[in-house]
Design a binder for this molecule. Structure first.
Ligand code: NAP
Length: 299
């Protein structure tokens, strides 16, 4: 019998906590505020933005959306970020990625003040994560490595494991995917938690056997185009395994799927995160929590 690790359960528990923290800040005339920078009109960005706005409003975080066209020049994006850096009423900034192809994403992200880097995109945040020194923004004074936050999705994976009491120490974790957004940071966070981590990617030989040897399997590969095409099925699993499905894909009707073939995993593994209602839900909660920490740090 496979247990579903629901992000919704975490949401029900966390939303009142987040609302209390926001209320306490507002009581001190600090109005926690997230700025979103979106270039273009991609459906998935807009859907995520709506979710962020809805949840932020319900806990008492203000959201400012800065929408620019896909043709916006790199210099203008950087100028907008610098203005947000200088604006003391903005505590966190989320840059929707990928940015348009003519823009150098690394350069744009590097312009953001690490204190406001609530999704871990600046070099300072990445360095802190790499060094195992990411202090959740607490010492984000721009000095040393203790700056910024880990990326929200990577932290959400650990949050799900923690909430359901899944031990990481000494466990064999296999991560499918090595992107800077998910695969790499989640691998580093698992390493911090004393897991033995193997990172797989598109050139990995014998990926099924590696995956099937894992106690914890994290899949963040962007594989399932329509929910059936994914290769992450029975050959990747074992009966005692916890499978965290980070993938999100929408079919033509807007129905959401993960990277894992859920019907193969059900009954074949011990624990599985559902899509929707798994990692994605917790990712948004992490984002709101990071904005509150950034605001609390400015007290
Ligand atoms: P990405 O940048 O495209 O990276 C995908 C990674 O998977 C790459 O490292 C790639 O290997 C690897 N990969 C691709 N096909 C593979 C295969 N057949 N076998 C093994 N590895 C393979 O994607 P991403 O940004 O990390 O996102 C991954 C998934 O997470 C997507 O479905 C995305 O929609 C989803 N996502 C979810 C959330 C959330 O909050 N839940 C947030 C962001 C993204 P190479 O490096 O060799 O190319």
């Amino acid at each position: 019998m496979t247990k579903l690790l629901s992000g919704k359960e975490i949401k029900e528990k966390r939303m009142p906590e987040l609302a209390n923290r926001a209320a306490s800040l507002r009581g001190e005339d600090i109005f926690p505020c997230l700025a979103i920078i979106r270039a273009g009109e991609r459906d998935d960005d807009i859907a995520y933005e709506h979710t962020i706005i809805r949840l932020s409003e319900s806990v008492g975080i203000d959201v400012r959306s800065l929408v620019v066209s896909e043709e916006t020049e790199q210099a203008e994006l950087i100028e907008r970020i610098e203005r947000l850096n200088a604006d003391s009423s903005v505590h966190g900034v989320l840059i929707f990625r990928p940015l348009p192809a003519h823009v150098d994403e690394g350069t744009v992200c590097a312009a953001l003040d690490p204190k406001k880097d609530v999704d871990g995109v600046t070099p300072a945040s990445m360095a802190a994560l790499y060094a195992g020194d990411c202090e959740r923004g607490k010492a984000a004074a721009g000095v040393g490595l203790k700056a910024g936050f880990a990326p929200c999705t990577a932290e959400a994976v650990l949050d799900l494991l923690d909430h359901y009491g899944i031990e990481t120490e000494g466990q064999r974790a296999v991560v499918v995917g090595r992107s800077a957004v998910i695969g790499r940071p989640v691998s580093l966070l698992l390493l911090e938690r004393n897991a033995t981590v193997t990172i797989c990617h598109s050139r990995t030989v014998g990926i099924e056997a590696l995956a099937a040897s894992a106690d914890i399997l994290i899949v963040a590969a962007g594989l399932a185009r329509d929910g059936r095409e994914s290769g992450v099925g029975r050959a990747y699993f074992n009966a005692n395994q916890t499978v965290v499905d980070v993938g999100i894909h929408a079919d033509a009707d807007g129905k959401l799927y993960g990277d894992v073939i859920a019907e193969d995993a059900m009954g074949a593994v011990a624990n599985l995160t559902p899509v929707p209602g798994g990692v994605g839900t917790v990712t948004t909660l992490k984002l709101l929590s990071h904005v509150l920490i950034a605001a609390e740090n400015g007290r």
